[in-house]
Design a protein around this ligand. Structure first.
Ligand SMILES: Nc1ncnc2c1ncn2[C@@H]1O[C@H](COP(=O)(O)OP(=O)(O)OP(=O)(O)O)[C@@H](O)[C@H]1O
Ligand SMILES: [Mg+2]
Length: 399
């Protein structure tokens, strides 16, 4: 038996942030990202990536991290967690990332020196921290200053070690949101203001923020100018052709082939969502292998489909509901019976029998937990694709 994608190894990768064997349909995003890096620092290298659950944001972010490395950028990548949504903890985490990056930069510098064994022209930034610290808005506070200083140091170390610049990449960035209260927590603003201040001096620093669609509105609420500060990438479902590729390509290196009819049916069923493609592929491929078939046929798909849906609900959907409070669960289950899309507060109120205020509070909590997001006043959508269908299945099970 051969290694890797050979005979006995399932070539599909359903999971979170797990690289697929074939990354389908994201060429344009990669091309635009290279262009963004090339245009820095005259144009700030900031990218905002948004999309639904399982659409391939994290995998794309990892790929962009590699591309940045190819372009000789020093990068730090982190997945934001709820505990980071405080001024002090975000500061601590960012300072940690920046100082690790600084360390890597100086190590790289030593290696490069040894490799070349010649006198290097160490580049330095045109702007010193002293020049820069004056341009930080005194109202922005100490935390912003400390953030800016840490990011300045990392960028400086990067440049001295002959990197093109320093890039901070944050996944699940929708978790960061400012409080509306003036005296509350403003972690997102602090970060944006710090980056913006450095970029105004044309320092080669950039930020890539990746997350659920609510990231966009969080950014706008933090600072209105963020609209112009970021190149926005909305990552959606794959086109039919790309979805077919995502299903077909991984199997090509194996002893099992997929019938054209099956490809058509799966592509219809999964509506182009990458996680679903990996899951359908993994289950079908395994069933074919277990039955020692050389082809995945429509009959096999018929036989396996109920099991695929069982696994889909268990692995992808159920825990999103199970972690909620009973009141939140009830409201969410009530949305299964609402007209869709979109969900409206009025429909939810009618369906659940709860008051207006109650619905608003609960939908707010569901948004905070990333289960739904607000499209506009009184209108919501789910953050996971095909979630409405799932809730109907779950309701059916509970009856
Ligand atoms: N372009 C693609 N082609 C093929 N498979 C992909 C592609 N993008 C992602 N996948 C697969 O889809 C699944 C989900 O990817 P990923 O974890 O990156 O999604 P995500 O958008 O970050 O989801 P979440 O919002 O839950 O974090 C993984 O199994 C991954 O291998
Ligand atoms: Mg992700």
């Amino acid at each position: 038996m051969s290694a890797g994608t050979g005979h006995g190894r399932n070539p599909y990768r359903p999971g979170a942030a797990i690289r697929p064997l074939f990354l389908a349909g994201r060429d344009a995003e990669q091309r635009r990202f290279r262009a963004v890096l090339d245009a820095s620092p005259q144009l700030p290298a900031n990218v905002r990536i948004t999309g639904l659950r399982g659409v391939g944001k994290s995998v794309l972010l990892k790929r962009l991290d590699e591309l940045a490395g190819d372009g000789n950028w020093l990068t730090s990548r982190m997945q934001v967690e709820p505990r980071h949504n405080r001024d002090a903890t975000l500061l601590e985490a960012t300072v940690g990332l920046a100082s690790q990056a600084q360390l890597r930069a100086s190590r790289a510098e030593r290696v490069r020196k040894r490799l070349r064994d010649v006198a290097r022209h160490t580049r330095t930034l045109q702007v010193t921290w002293e020049d820069l610290s004056f341009s930080i808005d005194p109202l922005a506070g100490d935390r912003t200053t400390s953030l800016a200083k840490a990011l300045y140091d990392a960028t400086n170390a990067a440049v001295e070690a002959d990197f093109a610049g320093y890039l901070l990449m944050l996944d699940e960035a929708q978790v960061l949101r400012d409080e509306t209260d003036r005296n509350g927590q403003h972690p997102l603003s602090a970060l944006i203001v710090a980056i913006n201040t450095l970029q105004e001096q044309e320092l080669p620093i950039g930020i890539v923020l990746c997350g659920l669609p609510s990231l966009s509105s969080n950014l706008l609420r933090a600072r209105t100018y963020t609209e112009r500060m970021f190149r926005g990438e909305q990552i959606g479902a794959l086109s039919r052709a790309d979805a077919a590729d995502a299903l077909l390509r991984p199997a090509e290196g194996t002893s099992i082939a997929i019938d054209a009819d099956v490809v058509d049916r799966v592509v219809d069923e999964v509506e182009g969502y990458p996680f679903f493609i990996q899951l359908w592929g993994a289950e079908l491929w395994e069933a074919a292998r277990d039955a020692t078939l050389t082809n995945i046929t429509p009959a096999l798909l018929d036989a396996v489909e109920p099991e695929i849906y069982r696994r889909l609900d268990a692995d992808f959907y159920d825990n999103r509901v199970d972690v909620l409070t009973p009141a939140e669960q009830d409201l969410l289950m009530a949305t299964a019976g609402c007209p869709y899309p979109p969900l409206t507060s009025a429909d939810i109120r009618r369906r659940s029998g709860k008051t207006d205020a109650n619905v608003n509070v609960l939908m707010g909590r569901l948004s905070d937990q990333g289960v739904v997001y607000r499209i506009q006043r009184g209108q919501y959508d789910y953050t996971a694709p095909k979630f409405h269908e799932f809730l109907q299945r779950r309701a059916g099970r509970q009856r």
